[in-house]
Design a protein around this ligand. Structure first.
Ligand SMILES: N[C@@H](CCC[C@H](N)C(=O)O)C(=O)O
Length: 280
């Protein structure tokens, strides 16, 4: 079996996107690891499967796999990419994407950017989740210079750390330690953030199951929410600058987080037996 795919990215956060709406593509964690290996495979930050929806109000179901084979409940940048791809295919500028975490409404704009309603920010300690009751505005887990994080779940777990200079943090050293800290039973995506203006921040990310990436959409949402909760920015809109560019985040009064940013397609390719094995 060979499987066609598109390589897409949001701010350099790159995805192998497979359209499995008309035929099932039963990829396993082992397949994800093989395809995701940038030396042997195609390489990706996330593998995205577009499947038929299980909910009547949704247009598609989006499955998200990390390069370590783990499944994620949210991927903001891929949601924009998939919304753009599917929306253009259907001739629609508004659609609903279902994930294992819920339903996400998306809007395609004339300038090519996409807005996603990433759903409500979940802030209770059980929702992050963390190992024991605590104030999620001040998480007690630490590693090296990273401490006093803010816990936010955007369909996936994030621990946001405000630091004087986000560029100065060795994420390769401290990211994996915090990702797998026993305080985070589901592991966590780790963000380091410096405030750069009254409504702007600079963020770098260590993604759970992927490592350092150029951008993380759900992470930018978590960072916007954390900055607002801490009173570090004015208002409820935050411009988040990542290595790959800027995402605009709005935390609405009803608790939902809106993320707006660009979408890009790099190339089309095919996955063959050398990566999928003979069993698929
Ligand atoms: N790149 C993503 C996040 C992908 C999932 C994450 N690594 C996790 O395991 O939760 C984004 O844009 O949100």
């Amino acid at each position: 079996m060979t499987i066609p795919f598109l390589k897409m990215h949001g701010l350099g956060n790159d995805f192998v996107v497979i359209d499995a709406r008309t035929r099932p593509v039963p990829l396993t964690a082992a397949h994800a690891r093989a395809i995701g290996d940038r030396r042997r495979g195609v390489g990706f930050d996330q593998l995205i499967l577009i499947e038929p929806p299980q909910d009547k109000v949704a247009d598609i179901f989006m499955r998200i796999l990390n390069p370590d084979g783990s499944e994620a409940g949210a991927c903001g940048n891929a949601t924009r990419c998939v919304a753009s791809l599917v929306g253009k295919g259907l001739g629609r500028d508004e659609l609903v994407i279902q994930t294992i975490s819920g339903l996400l409404r998306c809007w395609l704009h004339e300038d090519g950017t996409v807005t996603v309603d990433m759903g409500p920010a979940r802030l209770d300690w059980q929702q992050i989740p963390v190992a024991e009751p605590c104030d999620t505005l001040h998480l007690p887990a630490s590693a090296g210079p990273l401490s006093d994080g803010v816990g936010v779940n955007m369909g996936n777990p994030h621990a946001v750390h405000f630091v004087p200079d986000a560029e100065a943090v060795d994420l390769t050293q401290w990211g994996p330690q915090l990702e797998r800290h026993p305080f985070f039973p589901d592991r966590a995506n780790i963000e380091v953030v410096s405030v750069t203006g009254p409504a702007s921040v600079r963020m770098r990310v260590w993604e759970r199951g992927a490592g350092i990436t150029d951008a993380c959409g759900s992470g930018a949402c978590a960072v916007g929410v954390a900055a607002i909760r801490r009173g570090l920015v004015q208002g409820r809109r935050v411009s988040v600058t990542l290595d790959g560019g800027v995402l605009n985040i709005e935390w609405r009064d009803d608790g939902h987080v809106l993320m707006t940013g660009p979408v890009a397609t790099s190339f089309a390719g095919t996955l063959g037996p050398e990566l999928l094995g003979e069993t698929l």
